[in-house]
Design a protein around this ligand. Structure first.
Ligand SMILES: [Zn+2]
Length: 346
């Protein structure tokens, strides 16, 4: 059996909305796979919310961001960011998080990770397997990314196994421009969601990815769908339009999986599918801050053709996606990579 991994990212997808809407393809992956939620160990308290996809907040003209990136690899010996409530600190507190059962690891709870709950930090963490204090992306500005030191998992796989076919399909061009998904990836299909609108871009991304999965059958691929985020920015995640956007993305995902299952060689392939998101949204739409609605993220993992029973993953984090994908391809995580994530057990 040849192992292959598909990672699908849906931007700004709130897990409680996913559960309520019950999109058929994602629901089937959950019931036959494994899934769980975790809470991002960062967020910018009392900062303006990000009001549109990819917006850089605060605006650069307003001065340096409140969360200036630390030096690469520098661990700030600062007071706990996420567990230590002080009277004058609006940072996410133990009290706020008790109801949500924040599951940040002990290490993260004493490690200062300053970043907005924005797309840049989210996708960079998913891509690299490390948190923003290491990869350096603390907002959508990508001012000081450290992708040479912490490359994305497709680049890692390509370097470890030059024979692998790797590909990435996405409509947020900044992810290519700043190297979050780097040039060593075998195929990069990059669109401009701003120019096309994300709904049009999603369709083109899904079409291109479907054809590529059917034909090339990449060993490791990443597909990004973004309209959920755009709709939530405009109308919030509670409206019918958000439901429609999610159902459409779910149908695109179904198209990808159908293309995989229809491969003539499918019987000799073992496909792991991982679906995740980069952040949530407040009810009114927008993110960047510290609320549970913004910080709750999820990971769904499944293996096509196998029933894993819909088991719950304990605290699966965005940084676990990269090492999980590499692990499924038989690529051992090198401790020298200094990853924060670990392979998920499913
Ligand atoms: Zn986003």
């Amino acid at each position: 059996m040849r192992d292959k991994v598909l990672v699908v990212g849906m931007d700004g997808l709130r897990f409680d909305r996913l559960v309520a809407i019950r999109p058929p393809v994602l629901s089937a992956l959950m019931s036959t796979g494994a899934y769980g939620t975790s809470t991002l160990p960062y967020g910018e308290p009392e900062a303006p919310r990000t009001e549109s996809p990819g917006q850089v907040v605060p605006e650069e003209a307003a001065g340096p961001p409140a969360s200036a990136p630390p030096e690469a690899g520098h661990m700030t010996p600062a007071p706990p960011a996420l567990s230590d409530a002080t009277s004058d600190s609006p940072a996410p507190t133990a009290t706020q998080d008790t109801a949500r059962n924040t599951q940040a690891t002990d290490e993260e709870s004493v490690r200062m990770i300053r970043a907005r709950t924005d797309s840049g930090p989210g996708w960079a963490s998913i891509a690299t397997g490390v948190w923003p204090d290491k990869h350096g992306v603390v907002d959508n500005g990508f001012a000081a990314p450290q992708f040479t030191k912490y490359p994305d998992f497709l680049t890692r796989a390509q370097e470890a196994r030059p024979d692998l076919v790797t590909s990435a399909f996405f409509s947020w061009a900044a992810l290519a421009e700043h190297g979050a998904f780097g040039p060593a990836i075998g195929t990069r299909f990059v669109l401009d969601g701003y120019a096309l609108t994300w709904s049009v871009a999603d369709r083109q991304v899904a079409d291109a990815a479907r054809d590529h999965l059917a034909g090339a059958g990449p060993d490791l691929s990443f597909v990004y769908l973004g309209d959920t985020d755009e709709v939530a920015h405009a109308l919030g995640p509670l409206c019918p339009e958000y439901t429609d956007a999610l159902l459409l993305q779910d149908a695109y995902l179904g198209g990808l999986l159908d293309a995989i299952r229809a491969r003539p060689s499918f019987g000799h392939e073992r496909w792991t599918v991982i679906v995740t998101t980069d952040h949530g949204h407040v009810d009114a739409g927008g993110h960047g801050g510290v609320s549970g609605e913004e910080r709750t993220v999820f990971v769904i993992g499944a293996r096509l053709g196998e029933d894993l029973g819909g088991v719950r993953l304990q605290n699966p984090r965005p940084v676990d996606v990269a090492p999980t994908a590499l692990d499924r391809l038989g690529i051992a995580v090198d401790p020298a990579w200094d990853l924060d994530g670990v392979p998920l057990a499913f």
